[in-house]
Design a protein around this ligand. Structure first.
Ligand code: ATP
Ligand code: MG
Length: 522
């Protein structure tokens, strides 16, 4: 059964026995906070926010680079019955103002490097009442004022876990405009209790440490990178941004055991020369999600770091986010594992909606207590994404094998159709990434007359290699219909979203804009 608690109640009930243990560490300043301190400070911040006028059903925005105080913000805002929207630190002032307006945010919490943009956004969106800077800043209300003894104590807000929205993240905007997602206290408690199951992401509070380098203003960074280890009494070390040396130093110095990563970090760990200079022997669980992970590349990383395997998770903002994870005792390369406890999953035929059997690709559908209440202020999108009986249509193509282990093929919208065959761009990207000269890659389908679309690769080179060599490398490993008939184009950088996802639609648009003319002439 899923506990009927608010998010903060769930967290503090779980960690009450770890009082003197270290909850959070800011890697750059070495500032650390024990669980006892966290509890006391959250209570103070919650009371001070109440004194500032925060009430049930209000919304607060968190916009910044990772610092330990994100934990205080999540707990103090939601324990007042308000919801927290999270905004990537790379958003421009205009984009931020848009999110503040859409969510009717009352306050914003930010960090020093984002303060200027938050201030500009506040000039566009006039209803913002406070800008609260985390860390030691002057000029705005500093966070330390809020952690001091409160002027008044809040009235206990009545939180109905199934009704009240705790988090209001936005989807990454990979396939269209980002959509606001309403996650209730119940959704998040269900997700955390499922993740902590001994087969999925359990933590030993005495010996384990997680490093949060991916943005904690993204749902995965927040729930999987921070709240899950914290809720089990493990420590979380935060880094505001990735740079190779600081990341590796933090891993070594803190004897990190767990890290939420994404495919670009797998590539870094597999290939970057600096990695060999550090002692990463404590690191046993790289947990990757957010995008498809190539098998070759994974094997390179596992071999180099002498791991027993890599763990993978799959999910969406709409499902808090994880629905599938590779279980501790049954890792298979390329698989996203099995549904989490209390979660159901099935594969549905794209055209006729029938349920498919093993090894038959179709759309992945999921159902479980972590699935969102709905999209924020968008009943239309909610209706087309959630079925009447509670299934979430993921928009991803996948299948399960004879052992019921699931695999993601690619997004439904991005599958390349060539002469009636289907080619998954992610599959070709995985192969190309295993080539030593390839630093980054995106594959898209480009129009090719009556045959449909053909795959073309956009490659960021790490060392010299020709397009012909790369085409031949792919050709030697794939069925003939999957060859790179659209050619290889070398670029200096690929378009990625703020959360680091490949924006293949951007490349497609650019192609349609200019390259298509040149192709049709050749
Ligand atoms: P939008 O919905 O706004 O277009 P988005 O779908 O990228 O953006 P998120 O909710 O952050 O926003 O991402 C969820 C998606 O990420 C999934 O639907 C899936 O396509 C992809 N994804 C997540 N985990 C994996 C994984 N392990 N392997 C492959 N793809 C994954
Ligand atoms: Mg999506």
């Amino acid at each position: 059964p899923i506990p009927d608690y608010s998010l903060t109640d769930y967290l503090f009930r779980n960690i009450s026995k770890f009082g003197k243990g270290i909850a959070l560490v800011d890697y750059l300043t070495n500032r650390s906070i024990t669980f006892d301190q966290l509890y006391e400070e959250v209570d103070n911040v919650a009371n001070n926010l109440y004194a500032l006028g925060l009430r049930t059903d209000d919304c607060v925005c968190l916009y910044g680079t990772n610092v330990p105080e994100f934990a205080h913000v999540v707990c103090s805002v939601t324990s007042n019955g308000a919801s927290l929207t999270i905004a990537n630190s790379q958003l421009t002032a205009v984009e931020l103002a848009h999110q503040l307006k859409a969510t009717n945010s009352k306050f914003i919490f930010t960090t020093s490097e984002c303060t200027e943009r938050a201030r500009t956004a506040a000039q566009i969106y006039h209803k913002l009442q406070e800008i609260i800077v985390l860390g030691n800043q002057t000029g705005f209300r500093p966070f330390s004022n809020l952690t001091e003894r409160p002027r008044i104590r809040r009235q206990e807000s009545h939180i109905d876990p199934k009704k009240h929205t705790a988090l209001l993240p936005f989807s990454s905007g990979t396939t269209g405009l980002p959509k606001g997602v309403e996650l209730t206290h119940y959704n998040l408690v269900a997700e955390l209790s499922a993740l902590s199951h001994r087969l999925f992401l359990p933590f030993d509070p005495k010996s384990e440490k997680s490093l949060s380098v991916l943005p904690m203003v993204h749902i995965a960074g927040l729930v999987i990178g921070m709240l899950n280890p914290l809720s089990q009494g493990a420590s979380v070390v935060t880094l505001p941004r990735f740079d190779p040396q600081t990341f590796l130093e933090a891993m070594e110095k803190h004897r990190i055991t767990f890290c939420l990563i994404a495919p670009p970090l797998v590539s870094f760990l597999a290939k970057h020369p600096l990695v060999a200079k550090y002692d990463l022997s404590s690191f046993h669980t790289p947990y990757s999600g957010a995008a498809a992970l190539g098998k070759e590349l994974t094997m390179q990383m596992v071999e180099r770091l002498k791991l027993t395997g890599i763990r993978q998770g799959y999910g969406m903002t709409e499902s808090s986010p994880a629905t599938h994870t590779t279980p501790l005792n049954g890792y298979k390369y390329g698989s996203i594992g099995i549904p989490l406890p209390n979660t159901e999953s099935k594969i549905v035929h794209i055209e006729n909606g029938t349920t498919l059997g093993p090894n038959e690709p179709g759309e992945i559908w999921v159902r479980g207590p972590q699935v969102m209440k709905g999209y924020f202020d968008n009943a239309e999108a909610t209706r087309t994404t959630l079925t009447d009986d509670g299934w979430l249509k993921t928009g991803d193509i996948g299948y399960y094998d004879n052992d019921s282990d699931y695999y993601v093929v690619d997004r439904l919208k991005e599958i390349i159709k060539y002469k009636g065959y289907q080619v998954a761009p992610a599959y070709l990207e995985g192969i190309l990434l295993s080539h030593p000269s390839v630093g980054d890659v995106a594959v898209i389908g480009i129009p090719h007359g009556a045959a449909g679309d053909v795959p073309r690769a956009y490659v960021v080179r790490k060392s010299h290699v020709s397009g012909e060599e790369l085409s031949a490398y792919v050709e030697s490993q794939v069925a003939p219909y999957k060859r790179l008939r659209g050619g290889v184009v070398f670029v200096s950088e690929l378009p990625r979203s703020a959360s680091g996802k490949l924006l293949r639609n951007r490349l497609r648009e650019e192609f349609l804009d200019k390259d298509s003319r040149e192709i049709s002439q050749s």
